[in-house]
Design a binder for this molecule. Sequence first.
Ligand SMILES: *Cc1c(COP(=O)(O)O)cnc(C)c1O
Length: 395
Amino acid sequence: MYTNFREHLQAELAAIREAGLYKEERLIECPQKAAIQVAGKEVLNFCANNYLGLADDPRLVAAAKAMMDKRGYGMSSVRFICGTQDIHKQLEAAISDFFRTEDTILYAACFDANGGVFEPLLTEEDAIISDALNHASIIDGVRLSKAKRYRYANADMADLERQLQAAQAQRFRIVVTDGVFSMDGNVAPMDKICQLAEKYNALVMVDESHSAGVVGKTGHGVSEHFGTYGSVDIYTGTLGKAFGGAVGGFTTGRKEIIEMLRQRSRPYLFSNSIPPCVVGAALETFRILKESNALHDKLMENVEYFRNRMMAAGFDIKPTQSAICAVMLYDAPLSQKYASLLQDEGIYVTGFYYPVVPQGQARIRVQISAAHEREHLDRCITAFVKIGKQLGVLK
Ligand SMILES: *Cc1c(COP(=O)(O)O)cnc(C)c1O
């Protein structure tokens, strides 16, 4: 039996390679940080989601070790059987405090938070109205529910209004959006989304994976940025990006919603509890962020410095309010060549092209971190300019 299936897989894999879409893994030989070892060579990392530079923070490493000593390695249980320590509840409270919400439920990943949020809350009588560029995990979560689906063009409020009008026959409606969209770095217009949701009697959900720790005056996410506290019903997010970069996800928001998820959300009921060491480091993360805004301030300074220098050098950068800077090249082979030459210069970035971004919108995505020092940013900008001149992108 396997012979036929193997041939089928081999043909599919060959087609992926031929289309230039085959994903390779580059092996990093050190902790995640600004300057990393790849194949024995030092490169500067500009493609991690390590926005606050916490992935290798000694305070988090120490907190993880200390909690492992105190509370052991694994839980060997889902939360509701015997997988909840007091520290899991403390972390849920710390997340509620950070987002100013009523309650929080932890998951193994934000992928699970999004996968488990719609199905328990909504039925075929209800409607989900989703941004066209929402993360794959939201798309999968929507598919798992029986609710009627509507889609609006990315951050397009006229289209959202049309979809809300079309969904008026349903019992309940929910608008769902990413907080920051990962390809352009644009922030969802939460103020307008909440106004439309109010007008058309809809709930609001935002996935803060790329926005929490980054967006807002002190990095507390989209509601801090837009003043939408009290208007957003559900936030989902990850501990795998700005908040230390290990694993873990959460849903936070109105208390009855969280209570229902604890009763019915399948990735919560049927998947293991997150380990004490991760909880310990995450608690330390939220302590650090409460004590001082230094990391977020540094991130914002870095973003502004990088963006200003790159624009002054003549690059076309998508407008961004996040730590994602899309350097537009518009040509797929050029984006790959450019990224590869940058790697030769010791700058690790990724070029994206269709179908990951729209046709003719090829770019290099640069992700800025509080882990970057001015010298790292300067080396990146210098390399961009050098290769830009070499490839005729800059005059
Ligand atoms: C990264 C990301 C996720 C997945 O988070 P994990 O915790 O790694 O599963 C979900 N949603 C969005 C918008 C993301 O960017």
